[in-house]
Design a protein around this ligand. Sequence first.
Ligand SMILES: [Zn+2]
Length: 400
Amino acid sequence: MRVPIYVLNMRGQPLMPTTQPKGKKLLRDGKAHVVQRCPFTIQLNYSTGETRQPITLGVDLGYTNIGFSAKNDKLELISGTVTLRKDMPQKLEERRMYRKARRRRLGYRSPRFNNRTRPKGWLAPSNQHRLDSHIRLVAKLETILPITYKRVEVANFDTQKMQQPEITGIAYQQGELQGYEVKEYLLDKWGRTCAYCGKKDIPLEVEHIIPKSRGGSDRVSNLTISCRTCNVKKGNQTAEEFGYSTIQHQANQPLKAPTCLNIFRWRIVEQLGAEHTYGYVTKYQRTKLGLEKSHVSDAFVIAGGSNQERCRRYKVKQIRRNNRSLQKNRKGFKPSIRRQIYKLQPYDLVKYNNKIYRVKGVHCLGKRVVLENPKGKNPSIAIKNVKLVKYGKGLLFTLC
Ligand SMILES: [Zn+2]
């Protein structure tokens, strides 16, 4: 699959990416030099005319995974998935513990009070980290691609538009854009469970309380959510005949507490200066294009992608460089702060025998380093024989 090569101008600003053969030629002719290996980025050694086509970046926000995809009219230019760190709450808890113990050792500490107000827009630290990660990812992509528009999904459906559709009489049309929005609304309203058997986490369908064949309408007040089995079993009966007399009453009630607006998502929109879209639009487009359900294809659709040639994906991992580590004493007593931090740490990139390796770890009190060898055993090398190429920290891109 195609892997674009990212190009910077002499001032380090991103230009339109190029193809591998063209990039290779530039490097061979000495017209450019490498600035980054992954995503492969080169910088031109001469000034050039700069034409840029509009590029749209789509970001699929997530709790554990972020999908991203940028495209112009003809091509997808970068895409991939970021796996977010899951250990934030645990790490924060640990820090709290150590800090508490450290402060307790202090002989006297002046009393503190009135210091418990939270600044406006405060987020729980784990959520703050999540938000920062999204912003950081986009900032990173902006260093290699001249992104014009950014687009983000904020909710499954438009709460403004879907205010009390039971009264306004919005109708359901299967397979149409409107239908997708109504379905998302109904899923939220019925708690993503079958209204009849109460099953969860199974494919759910929109179901007519009074069947259409018996004069039931397509309006939201006549619709509920059910699983395939119940839908078939119910057949041509009304919900009341099927033995569920309260369903109709429930269906007439609008969705309570108009779905708490996802502050987190709107924050990202605000901070990125992005456009927003809704989940039902993404779902509709994705089904229409016949794409598989994944973070990357969602991001591609959010960016407005359709028939653009796709490119190879990146897998992005967040790496934490250990700058301050706490270590148990060798004899298992009190924890102490390790004074020396080894120069090389996991995920750093090093050169050994003119080959590039990733570091697995350091041992022998920092005298030897274990390198990652994709084929076979991981060799242990004297640390003085390897040369650092790049620290592995922040967002680590790998092609998959
Ligand atoms: Zn059911």
